[in-house]
Design a protein around this ligand. Structure first.
Ligand code: GLA
Ligand code: ZN
Length: 644
């Protein structure tokens, strides 16, 4: 395992650089990320480049044997550029140019911005092409979908639609624009979704396309920068740091053209008392690993109390600095870079704490970090080992977008369903992959498909084939609802999945915050919530019925034999134990080994290679836990990890 830190030489007096680098070396830091917001220092005026300060910093790290990841600074165009070319600034949903003063002030589609971005990126690549210290590149920072309402974006959107639909008739038909007399009679009538009213009033087909295009912008922008870097340094290792934001990119497409995934990992420091609340970041880590189905990096890792645009949250409890970094490694993050070395004394983020406090006096968190660096050395032997999994949870970017556009019922969230499915299996100490819709699923034994709302023919075929060949599929309510345009399908739910599930839905009840009961044929009962599909079976058998409301006695959970495999249909959403029951039953049926008696919040993953495998056991809770694994007694302090 390799540990790094995010460092901003441009924020500190030069006299600190050498001291900082020396302490990093002594502590066991192997790499630093630099420069991702430093455009104004790298190009102080138009065409006048200054790399001298960065050279100096890189030389210092180089002497200490510390590698450098260079960020391209395109997130923050300098003031002189915004002043000379205000057209590079993004426009808000009132079509007015956004004021500057915070970061991210650029429209990815602006041709002028692209020209300047291309030049600074090329200059950097050329300047550092022969550096043996610069070993990787980060493009921009936390790229979000390019939601911008400027002229360039509007034009681009219309061209994109022309390319997709060819004629306005086709577009009007696909969007159902006859509703509310919304039919376009000229391409120029197409507007972006300006603000001033509730987005949910807008046409969902139009909105999904808009989300698709703004996500494509990001993919294309990252590829544009990667091409520039590679044209100068053909074997450069390139990434961008991503996260779960409100305007998510399409992770799978974004990273297709990049070398590795990196993720900004800030697990919560507030551990809920409520056992139903899933707070583990394991699900995010597994999703990140699943993007390219290979090991990944953490480019920013929790280092101190978080806050600044929000009130500060609890400081990481003892064990969290080390434990959460090790947890990331246990899920495939071979490199973990901590954000940041020292808490900023200047700027808007001065309350987002780093490893060292404002005082520059290393304290408790730093000691724990130093301990992590020592432990990381022992783990170096496991770099490159893989998490082999028989279980996958399918995460559909388009369903995420579409469900975000039209919330289904109070309390329902797509990501929550992904978490519940993931947790149901991870709970028993088995590796779980979270994969995208285009992934090959043939290597798995169980594929969970929560709320696969937007239909893609390829996915339907893939799941049918998977079940036919003996795989277990778990489907849930809100599957097969929308066609590729985000319009409802005129068939009984789960429409294209009805044959696979062997049942259909005669009516549904969005119960929101209300709750009901489901009763399994073996007598176990569970609380259900948010949604109730009233099911009629065709070829499936009933596993559970509703025990509440006017549909008491109707099937709620079914199981269908399909080819050599089995298909569960969960017509409702429920408490966590309900998912665990299905998970156990699927694991038993598939003959997959698991740990049935792990205490809650103890996480077990296995990394393996031809040389053997190692098991990581992590106590992700605030209490000490003792338990037995394969005959071995284990006792773990809060947030402690052992590998066996
Ligand atoms: C994000 C950004 C960083 C920093 C941190 C903490 O992850 O990438 O630049 O802003 O949040 O605030
Ligand atoms: Zn724009």
């Amino acid at each position: 395992m390799r540990i790094g830190v995010d460092y901003y030489p441009e924020h500190w007096d030069e006299s600190l650089w050498e001291q900082d680098a020396e302490l990093m070396k002594k502590t066991g830091v192997r790499l630093v990320r630099l420069a991702e917001f430093a455009w104004c220092r790298l190009e102080p005026s138009d065409g006048d480049f200054d790399f001298s300060w960065l050279d100096k910093a890189i030389d210092i790290f180089s002497e200490k044997g510390i590698e450098v990841v260079l960020g391209t600074p395109t997130n923050c165009p300098p003031r002189w550029l915004c002043e000379a070319h205000p057209e590079i600034l993004p426009a808000g949903d009132n079509a007015e140019i956004n004021p500057i003063g915070i970061r991210g002030h650029r429209c990815l589609n602006s041709p002028v911005f692209r020209r300047y971005a291309e030049r600074i990126v090329r200059q950097m690549a050329e300047h550092y092409r022969d550096s043996s210290t610069v070993t990787a590149w980060q493009i921009d920072n936390e790229l979000e979908a390019n939601i911008c309402y400027c002229e360039s974006c509007n034009k681009k959107h219309i061209e994109w639609l022309k390319g997709k639909y060819g004629t306005l008739e086709e577009l009007n038909r696909a969007y159902g624009n006859v509703v509310w007399s919304g039919e376009y009679s000229a391409w120029e009538q197409i507007d972006p979704p300006y603000g001033g009213y509730n987005r949910a009033w807008l046409n969902p087909a139009y909105m999904l396309d808009y989300r698709r295009r703004t996500a494509e912008d990001v993919t294309e922008f990252a590829a544009f920068q990667a091409d520039i870097i590679r044209s100068v340094i053909p074997d450069a290792k390139i990434t961008t740091n991503t996260w779960f934001c409100s305007e998510m990119p399409d992770f799978y497409k974004l990273f297709e053209g990049l070398d590795f995934v990196s993720y900004d990992n800030y697990p919560t420091t507030i551990i809920p008392n409520e056992p139903e609340d899933i707070y583990t970041h394991a699900v995010h880590l597994d999703l990140m690993r699943g993007i390219k189905q290979q090991s990944f990096w953490i480019m920013e890792q929790l280092s101190g109390a978080m806050g600044c645009w929000m009130p500060m949250q609890k400081t990481p409890r003892p064990g969290m600095i080390k434990g959460y970094a090790l947890q990331a490694f246990a899920h495939g993050a071979d490199t973990v870079v901590h954000f940041r070395w020292r808490t900023a004394n200047i700027g808007a983020e001065m309350h987002w704490h780093g490893l060292i406090d404002h005082s520059n006096v290393p304290g408790r968190r730093f000691e724990e970090f130093a301990d992590l660096c020592r432990e990381a050395e022992n783990l170096t032997q496991y770099i490159g080992t893989e998490l082999d999994s028989k279980i996958a949870v399918l995460y559909s970017v388009e369903s995420e977008y579409a469900l975000g556009l039209q919330p289904q019922t109070e309390g329902f969230s797509y990501m929550e369903q992904i978490k519940l499915m993931h947790q149901a299996f991870a709970r028993f100490g088995v590796n779980v992959d979270i994969i995208g819709e285009s992934a090959d699923i043939s290597k798995y034994r169980i594929v969970c498909v929560p709320a696969l709302y937007v239909v893609h023919e390829d996915t339907v075929k893939k799941l049918c084939k998977f079940a036919e060949n003996g795989g277990t599929v778990i489907l849930t309510a809100r599957s097969g609802v929308k066609d590729e345009h985000n319009n409802c399908i005129m068939q009984q739910l789960p429409t294209v999945y009805a044959e696979l599930a062997g049942c259909h839905v005669s009516e549904y009840d969005p119960i929101g915050w209300g709750t009901g009961k489901v009763l399994f044929t073996d007598g176990e009962s569970f609380t259900c919530k948010q949604w109730c599909d009233i099911i009629e079976t065709d070829t499936a058998r009933v596993l559970a019925q509703y025990d509440s409301d006017f549909y008491a006695g109707s099937p709620a959970v079914t199981l269908n034999l399909y080819g050599k495999g089995e298909v569960y249909y969960l017509g409702t959403f429920g408490e966590r134990r309900l998912y665990e029951k299905l998970a156990r039953s699927a694991l038993d049926e598939q003959g997959i080994e698991y740990f049935p008696d792990l205490p809650m919040n103890v996480e077990v993953t296995t990394r393996s290679s031809e040389g053997g495998s190692v098991r990581f056991v992590f106590n992700n809770s605030k209490k000490e836990q003792s338990f037995n694994i394969n005959g071995e007694e284990i006792c773990l302090r809060p947030f402690e990890m052992k590998y066996i």
